[in-house]
Design a protein around this ligand. Structure first.
Ligand code: PBG
Length: 337
């Protein structure tokens, strides 16, 4: 015994090896499981779904393999199935029959999203139903608010957003998620919800939403590509991290209950900073482009689909996100079952 110790270096502070061998805890899958720090729970995943008018409609979205635009009857079936898999919630995006300059389909009481919320809450009451509160799917020009000249008028848009949020809450939405990036929209929505008797409806603010190329496939899915210009006068510059924290701080002060970072994978630094700084649930949206690049690479045989899915989402969780919006939600639930 004595001889053995004598052969080892005595001052290990300066020479940790061979005392420290991190590989000891990686020897078997059981050992790796025992010390694993981060887990994905289907409970905290939210599946985005696209709903359109019609009956029996399942329009495959070519840029997002496995995703479809669904009519309400098909949407209800999908929600029943994801609920059975243990997925925590869905977020609905409506594609109206017609679009106009006023986005009137966004806040109509019998609009496509409002009808969808009613149908899903009736069929699957325990599934959390969130709604995306925005105008771009409902405006003829594809911008997220009221266009005046060549820009979106912030304050005029707030009224549409507040009406939309109230109409979603009235239809039975469990939570509203404004994604428009107008200044002051959380306060406007909170005030309107409270005035209409929905003081218990939480607001999940897309607080740090960047003007990202990774929304490309979604715009095909939601038919919401801007007809002129882009969204850079309201969505954030991808270069700005401090500004993202400021946006989150403002949304919190205006009454947001949860804060979201979007996209997720390219913005892990902000998820971590938000987690460390704010004591509310932090969410992240793994957007369409993040989903589609994984699928495209897998289709080419360049990487394994399931492993890429799980690694990308585990990293988003490790960075500090609780709730994760992801098109992979049911696939993750199946993979973990
Ligand atoms: C609506 C909205 C968008 C997304 C969510 N809500 C599109 C956009 O801002 O252009 C993107 C979601 C995705 O890419 O998966 N404003």
């Amino acid at each position: 015994m004595y001889t053995l110790i004598c052969h080892l270096p005595l001052h290990n502070e300066n020479m940790p090896f061979p005392v420290h061998r991190p590989r000891r805890l990686r020897v078997t899958e059981s050992m790796r499981r025992l010390v694993r720090e981060t887990h994905l729970e289907p409970d905290q995943l939210v599946l985005p779904l696209f709903v359109r008018p019609g009956e029996g409609v399942r329009n495959a979205i070519s840029s997002m393999p496995g995703q479809s635009q669904l009519s309400i009857d098909q949407l209800v079936r999908e929600c029943e199935s994801v609920h059975a898999l243990g997925v925590g919630g869905v977020i609905l995006f409506g594609i109206p029959e017609t679009k106009d300059e006023q986005a009137s389909g966004a806040y109509a009481n019998d609009g496509i999203t409002q009808q969808a919320v009613r149908a899903v809450k009736k069929a699957v009451p325990d599934l959390i139903v969130m709604t995306d509160v925005c105008n771009c799917e409902y405006t003829s020009h594809g911008h997220c608010g009221k266009v005046v000249g060549h820009d979106v008028d912030n304050d005029a848009t707030l009224e549409w957003l507040a009406k939309t949020a109230v109409s979603h809450a009235r239809a039975g939405a469990d939570m509203v998620a404004p994604s428009d990036m107008m200044d002051g929209r959380v306060a406007a929505i909170r005030t309107a919800l409270d005035a209409e008797g929905f003081s218990n409806t939480p607001i999940f603010a897309y607080a740090a939403k960047f003007a990202s190329v990774f929304y490309g496939p979604f715009r095909e899915a939601a038919e919401s590509t801007p007809q002129f210009g882009d969204r850079r006068s309201y969505q954030m510059d991808p270069a700005n991290g401090r500004e993202a924290l400021h946006e989150m701080q403002l949304d919190l002060e205006e009454g947001a209950d949860l804060l979201m970072v979007k996209p997720a994978g390219p913005y892990l630094d902000l998820i971590r900073q938000a987690r460390d700084r704010f004591d509310v649930p932090i969410g992240a949206y793994q957007v369409s482009g993040e989903y589609s690049i994984i699928h495209a690479a897998a289709q080419n045989g360049w990487l394994d689909l399931d492993r890429a899915m799980l690694e990308s989402l585990t990293s988003i969780r490790r960075a500090g996100a609780g709730v994760i919006l992801t098109y992979f939600a049911p696939d993750v639930a199946r993979a973990l079952a």
